[in-house]
Design a protein around this ligand. Structure first.
Ligand code: ZN
Ligand code: ZN
Length: 425
């Protein structure tokens, strides 16, 4: 369907909570005219299959209840004991933040910052900001900053990594359980419950339902486009609205809009090359060193996997191998493939390449398992001469690889693949 055949009927919400609008796929750029979408349904792009819009039932009420539960759990997770380790009569306790603090004491501040940001700060900000928006919308005079806060929530979304952290805890636990007595604290259970709550919030919270409420409360006014008026998609809030000059701000969320992400290919390549260069020290240098009775044994990412395999822990060895070695390589190779085929104006399997982009974009965060595992081991195994685990420089390089590839995937604009192949937007 091309844009000219779609009736420009604006952006309307009907009394039943249903939805009528013009939507644009942010992965292939195809514009759709959506008739009526009832609560409980969703719309998919007819060309690439990505989700255009979801309208969950009772989205606002259910999300608010979950967010309140999440806030209680995050307070428990950050104030109660997380884990304790007992070895030869010595006890070491750790809280959620202990790993980051131990990394900071060892002079590894970039790693400490990444761990604290993804496990404590981002989840707290995400829950706090969601509460601010949902509770604020219920007030007689909702705060004027709600649209801005809600826009920033979308940017924050991939950086809260509780589920990845919990997997890191699991790997650390298995590594330690034969050597010491490990006790799981209240905070661990709270964090596990919080992970489930955060997944539930992502399912129940329909961004478009929140934007509809923001519009209803008069916090923003979205202009109705005139027939044949040129329209532009806002990547931050998905609104398709009239274009006002180059880089015109979105009338709904205020984000700068572009026809396509600016300098997408160049930025993605620059970040990819950085990631490839960093990948060498990430694998060559030790990510941690276990010092026991004066003698140290350094571990690289690969030797850590080998150790797990030699100890007979095959499923775990495979998991760590997949997350730490396969995923970063697949991400770099996959993104390079997408960039090269785009630059060569390839028509080959456009839909499959769009799916590949979706996978590359969503899977990258799971590589943080090793980084989190190291932070837990460093925080927990601090028993002086008996056993101490020190972080290695390789861990910083590895975390940098994960972060640069995540940003590279965000910089790449998959619509360019369709543009380059000459497909109609
Ligand atoms: Zn599409
Ligand atoms: Zn917007």
């Amino acid at each position: 369907m091309s844009s000219s055949t779609i009736p420009l009927n604006g952006h309307d919400y009907d009394a039943t909570g249903g939805f009528t609008s013009i939507l644009e796929c942010d992965e292939c750029g195809l514009r759709h005219g959506i008739g009526h979408l009832a609560p409980g349904s969703s719309a998919l792009c007819q060309r690439c299959g990505s989700t255009l819009l979801r309208i969950p039932v009772d989205s606002l009420d259910r999300s608010l209840a979950l967010v309140v539960g999440g806030l209680i759990l995050i307070v428990i997770a950050n104030t109660m004991p997380f884990m304790s380790l007992k070895i030869q009569g010595r006890l070491q306790e750790a809280d959620l933040i202990t790993g980051a603090i131990a990394l900071l004491r060892q002079g590894m501040w970039p790693l400490a910052a990444v761990v604290a940001a993804t496990t404590v700060v981002a989840p707290l900000l995400k829950l706090g900001a969601t509460f601010y928006v949902l509770a604020g919308l219920r007030l007689p005079h909702p705060p004027a900053h709600i649209p801005l806060v809600f826009r920033w929530l979308e940017i924050l979304r991939p950086w809260a990594m509780i589920e990845v952290y919990l997997l890191g805890v699991f790997v650390a636990y298995v590594k330690l359980v034969d050597l010491a007595t490990i006790e799981i604290g209240v905070a661990f259970y709270a964090l596990a419950a919080l992970m489930l709550v955060m997944v539930a919030i992502d399912i129940v919270l329909g961004p478009e339902v929140v934007w509809a409420a923001i519009e209803r409360r008069g916090l923003v006014t979205v202009p109705t486009p005139a027939p044949e008026e040129p329209l532009l998609l806002c990547e931050a809030c998905s609104l398709v609205a009239p274009m006002v000059g180059h880089g015109s701000p979105c009338p709904r969320c205020g984000a700068h809009r572009h026809f396509r992400k600016p300098d997408s290919i160049m930025r993605a390549w620059a970040l990819m090359i950085t990631a490839i260069v960093l990948y060498i020290p990430a694998n060559a240098y030790p990510v941690m060193t276990v010092i026991s009775f004066g003698s140290g044994s350094p571990d690289t990412i690969l030797s850590g996997v080998k150790e797990l395999a030699l100890a007979g822990m095959w499923p775990l060895a495979l998991l760590v191998f997949f997350a730490s070695i396969t995923v970063p390589v697949l991400k770099i190779v996959g993104l390079a493939f997408l960039l090269i085929t785009t630059q060569r104006h390839s028509h080959w399997r456009l839909r499959d390449r769009t799916v590949l982009y979706r996978i590359v974009e969503s899977v990258g965060r799971w590589s943080m398992i090793d980084v989190f595992m190291i932070s837990i081991l460093v925080g927990l195994v601090r028993l002086g001469a008996i056993a101490t685990i020190e972080p290695g420089i390789g861990a910083i390089a590895f975390a940098a690889v994960v972060i640069t590839t995540m940003i590279a995937a965000t910089c790449f604009d998959p619509r360019l693949m369709w543009d380059a192949a000459g497909e109609q937007p």
